[in-house]
Design a protein around this ligand. Sequence first.
Ligand SMILES: [Cu+2]
Length: 120
Amino acid sequence: MFLAVLGGQARAGGADFSFVPVTTQVSMATAAQKPIEIKCVDRTGKPVSGVTITRVRLDMAPDGMAQHTAAARLTPADSPGLYRVDAQYTMTGRWQLSLAAKVDGEIETVTGKIVFEVAP
Ligand SMILES: [Cu+2]
């Protein structure tokens, strides 16, 4: 019994969690009121609580502008694993959010990339 539990934990890893977008489009004009939201989920798609975001990068790599960055701040929203992404977008097009996080009970760092569209 004890060994079986250890075996299960050994197979778990950072890849057991992922970041997914709740919305994939945001308007530059209303981004402050209606920001992009993302959530951290487990393999079954269930939202995960106990997430600490450790790194955030926002850039336009999907449109060939990896050097075009913007500051981004993730704020926990009102349900587990859900975050709103506050950013000052300076251009329409596709933006990529690169994330690293720690999840309670998981030793490995969880990473993820989310691409979304910024419309006028
Ligand atoms: Cu750009």
